[in-house]
Design a binder for this molecule. Structure first.
Ligand SMILES: O=C(O)C1=C[C@@H](OP(=O)(O)O)[C@@H](O)[C@H](O)C1
Ligand SMILES: C=C(OP(=O)(O)O)C(=O)O
Length: 425
């Protein structure tokens, strides 16, 4: 996909489509970490191949973990190897999952691992995980910045133990420590202290995938314990990315049409599953059956008053729907979105308003009142979900020109093709 601008197509009528989605970014990058630390080979079934997951695969390969393509799958064969290799340079791009999940693994390498990413990656919250790793026995040279870039001086293993962190900036700070912990001599106990940790389903995903790989994990209120022990090889089946279903299902609401996403799991830890309730609250008819999840627009698109703390990554598309709704919306609990790919609260308010909308930043969210919108340039700030939000607006508003549409490749490289196919254009 090019890095040029793209005018989002207006829907000619109600959409009527079945949209297959590639694998979950969050599950793919967890599966890769767990596979890299496992005792035996792992087949990652139908992983996502996008910028974020290819960066993770490249980083692990640099550390000496063989990851081979096998049809749609990845075969990871770390089985029985010694410590991971250093020295290496790792590029995390703008991937939160790579910048938070990789350093705890780097501490297990035999040699230096220097980690850096895109300019914006240097601004995303990292201090709590740097300090936690130090408390667990790692040596990290970050020049006192508490941010990328930094070097982890791996010594082939880590003591581990108990640590307290403030993970209110990102759940990934906890997930990263837990995922590598079975390989630490004492495992870890991570305790959170501070304002609430966001993205609870993603923490559940971490715990579930660790347990499925054979780890012993105990959880309590704001405390997680992972015992030291082996991670087993086997199969990691990746579910479709339900967060990336948001814009497609949202199109059913905007156009009064029907969209089905096949392969929707009956039970999942993915936060995208919350779309069922959120889109129903906004006026959609939602049904989960053997064909997948189907959303039908009813001609009514209602505003939404919701706390999105647990499902923050759904915000950009929900905000776009809110800008097209019949009544006002209030989205709260999402102050941590200021530390995402861009400050999403500022970016969404600015860009919705640039199209004639009425969006206002709250300390922890957004207030959006519907107003007639007009076309214009929509800036994306290297944020894949800003592309997806703009495409939703473009269904109903002529001339929404999405800047640098290729940035959507962070999680959905063929987004524009899927979008135009859905629309039949
Ligand atoms: O662990 C994960 O896979 C993720 C956790 C969440 O991060 P935050 O808790 O930083 O919002 C989410 O927004 C991100 O897209 C993926
Ligand atoms: C916040 C997101 O990504 P990351 O994994 O980079 O934090 C996201 O995908 O919405």
């Amino acid at each position: 996909m090019s890095s040029s601008n793209w005018v989002a197509p207006v829907a000619a009528g109600p959409v009527d489509a079945t949209v297959e989605l590639p694998g979950s970014k969050s599950m793919t990058n967890r599966a890769l970490i767990l596979a890299a630390l496992a005792d035996g080979p792992v087949r990652v079934v139908r992983p996502l191949r996008s910028r974020d997951t290819l960066l993770m695969a490249r980083a692990l390969r640099a550390l000496g973990v063989p990851i081979a393509d096998d049809g749609d799958d990845w075969l990871v064969e770390p089985g029985g190897r010694g410590p991971l290799d250093g020295p290496v340079q790792v590029d995390v791009g703008l991937a939160g999952t790579v910048m938070r999940f990789l350093p705890p693994v780097a501490a297990l390498a035999d040699g230096e691992v220097t980690i850096d990413g895109d300019p914006r990656a240097r601004e995303r919250p990292m201090r709590p995980i740097i300090e936690a790793l130090r408390a667990l026995g790692a040596e990290i040279d970050d020049g006192g910045r508490g941010a990328l870039p930094f070097t982890v001086r791996g010594r082939g293993g880590l003591a581990g133990g108990a640590v307290t962190i403030d993970a209110s900036g990102s759940s990934q700070l906890v997930s990263g420590l837990l995922l590598a912990a079975p390989r630490y001599a004492k495992g870890v106990e991570v305790r959170h202290e501070g304002p609430p940790v966001p993205s609870a389903p993603h923490l559940e995903m971490t715990v579930r995938m660790l347990r499925d790989a054979g780890a012993t994990v105990e959880t309590g209120e704001d405390v997680w314990r992972v015992a030291p022990g082996a991670l087993r090889g086997g199969e990691q089946v990746i579910e479709p990315d339900l967060s990336n279903a948001a814009q497609f299902l949202g199109a059913a609401l905007v156009t009064g049409g029907r969209v089905t996403v096949p392969g929707w799991p009956a039970e999942t830890t993915q936060p995208g599953d919350a779309l069922r309730g959120l889109l129903a609250a906004m006026g959609g008819e939602v049904s989960l059956g053997p064909d997948g999840l189907t959303v039908r627009g009813t001609g009514t698109l209602r505003g939404l008053d919701a706390d999105l703390r647990d499902v923050g990554e759904l915000t950009p598309v929900i905000a776009a729907l809110a800008a097209l709704a019949a009544g006002p919306s209030r989205l709260t609990g999402i102050a941590h979105l200021r530390g995402h790919e861009t400050d999403r609260l500022a970016a969404l308010a600015r860009e919705i308003n640039a199209l004639g909308g009425d969006a206002r930043e709250l300390p922890d969210g957004l207030e959006i009142r519907p107003r007639p919108l007009h076309g214009g340039l929509w800036r994306t700030y290297d944020d894949h979900r800003m592309v997806m939000a703009a495409a939703v607006l473009g269904l109903a508003v002529e001339g929404v020109e999405i800047q640098n549409v290729g940035t959507v490749g962070k999680t959905l490289p063929d987004f524009t093709e899927r979008w135009t196919r859905m629309l039949g254009v």
